[in-house]
Design a protein around this ligand. Structure first.
Ligand code: CTP
Length: 446
């Protein structure tokens, strides 16, 4: 029997895919189709796939052309598959011409004509294009803009800021279409908004956007009061729009994998979590040291350790203690938050004027998970045991500075018409706000 193998994502199956499968099938008697796995696609930077692996497999199945369907999960798998299944010919579209010549060592390689004028990318763009507006033009906004270029189906088309001259300068420098003076006009032209202004302005902006029926991705901390977060959640539900807090860690696959492994029983019962994030900010004139702008290490950074506690230990905190350390300034330079759950505890640390190792440790009754800095951009972690021969290392591809993952999730929630992401849902957002807004005891250092 002559076996043929071909691979693809097969997102929104189209005539080009079907023609390719027909051509491949003609080359032999048994066609194996490799459909790319979700994690594999993300790892190779394909963040825009709109259908689940299950849906894509079902669609390939429905063509009746595949005799066998397999999942492609890692780079280098093709060499293994060809030998494992005794493949005679590897076939792929001509857009890949030359790229798979290295497989000639194992089988024949055929580049088949690609159907002109159609692609999944094209279909996805026609599906729904999200016109994004950005409120604010500071440091994080610049990084977000760079990262947004890696997410398809969306483009930042407008910027609004209090100072029109500065927003105009920002759009000219970054080739964005409009800077708007009038907030309502700005809203009229966009489908969704990214809020990247100082913390205490988030609520008012988010509220106005949600009322206007716009989807909102809001920088962390989303608000500084539980009632405000509750109100935003209510408005998102009422207006059927997406509300997402931009905590990049929550949307990174490596982090989700670490969370699910920690709960799988592999390290036994979880008894404790340590998570730290310190970022030394030397410019004492910056927003982070300004009490009027709700600065301080706790407001600035505690969301990151909190997302780890929230996802790994849950929401049911029975007791907590928050210590915030002050030098001469009005803002805390270091903050320690101790959480007590029924069967576990957490120690969370952040600092802008004091430094500490920024790692994360999940302690279990059989072993522990160790993730070194920057664990909030999770690209690797290790499951460790008393017997080090049993240790397991995990690696995940992490691209750019992580903001592309939160934007990709935001766009996919908009397309799926769900108000919240399962990666950071409404209850998680309430948890984060509650402990950002916690009662605390001050420790005077100077
Ligand atoms: N293909 C084709 N003709 C097209 C589109 C795709 O022959 N018009 C082939 C590709 O060359 C590949 C297979 O179909 O061999 C699966 O490709 P895939 O990447 O899933 O499809 P695209 O439409 O190219 O997807 P994207 O736009 O996401 O890159």
């Amino acid at each position: 029997m002559k076996k043929i193998i071909t691979y693809g994502t097969f997102d929104i199956l189209h005539n080009g895919h079907i023609a390719l499968l027909k051509r491949a099938k003609k080359l032999g008697d048994h066609l194996i189709v490799g459909v790319t796995g979700e994690e594999y696609d993300k790892n190779r930077g394909k963040l825009n796939v709109s259908q689940s692996l299950h849906e894509r497999i079902k669609n390939v199945e429905k063509t009746g052309l595949a005799d066998q369907i397999i999942i492609e999960e890692y780079d280098g798998q093709k060499v293994v598959d060809i030998q494992k299944y005794g493949v005679e010919t590897f076939a792929i579209g001509s857009d890949w011409e030359g790229k798979f010549d290295y497989l000639q060592e194992y089988c024949k390689v055929k580049y088949l004509p690609r159907t002109k004028g159609i692609s999944s990318t094209h279909l996805r763009n026609n599906l729904s294009f999200v016109k994004l507006g950005m409120i604010g033009y500071g440091k994080i906004a610049k990084r977000f803009l760079i990262e947004s270029k890696f997410v398809s189906n969306t483009e930042i088309i407008a910027v609004y800021g209090k100072n029109y001259k500065s927003s105009k300068k920002f759009i000219d420098k970054n080739e964005i279409k409009y800077a708007e003076k009038n907030f309502n006009k700005f809203l009229e032209n966009v489908d969704a908004v990214y809020i990247a202004t100082p913390h205490d302005s988030h609520y008012e902006y988010a509220k106005l956007c949600l009322i206007a029926g716009k989807h909102v991705l809001c920088e962390k901390p989303m608000t500084l009061s539980l009632n405000e977060t509750k109100d935003l959640i209510r408005l998102a539900k009422k207006n059927n729009v997406v509300l997402m807090e931009a905590v990049k860690t929550a949307y990174i696959d490596g982090f989700s994998k670490m969370v699910s492994l920690s709960k799988s029983g592999i390290i036994g019962d979880i008894v404790h979590l340590d998570a730290s994030f310190t970022k030394f900010i030397s410019n004492k004139n910056s927003r982070e040291y300004d009490i009027q702008m709700s600065g301080g290490s706790h407001n600035e950074l505690m969301t990151y350790p909190l997302i780890a506690a929230c996802k790994i230990l849950g929401h049911d905190v029975i007791n907590y203690k928050n210590l915030r350390y002050y030098l001469k300034s009005d803002v805390d330079i270091f903050s320690k938050l101790e959480l007590e759950y029924k069967k576990s505890t957490a120690n969370l640390y952040v600092g802008i004027g004091a430094k500490k190792e920024g790692d994360l440790v999940i302690t279990g009754t059989k072993g522990y998970i160790y993730c070194h800095a920057p664990w909030w951009k999770t690209s690797q972690f290790e499951i460790k045991f008393e017997d080090s021969k049993k240790n397991i290392k995990h690696k995940h591809n992490f691209l750019g500075d992580g903001l592309r993952y939160e934007l990709a999730e935001f766009i996919s929630c908009i397309n799926a018409k769900s108000s919240f992401s399962f990666r950071l849902n409404d209850l998680d957002m309430l948890f984060l706000t509650k402990f950002i807004n916690s009662d605390y005891k001050s420790i005077k250092l100077g």
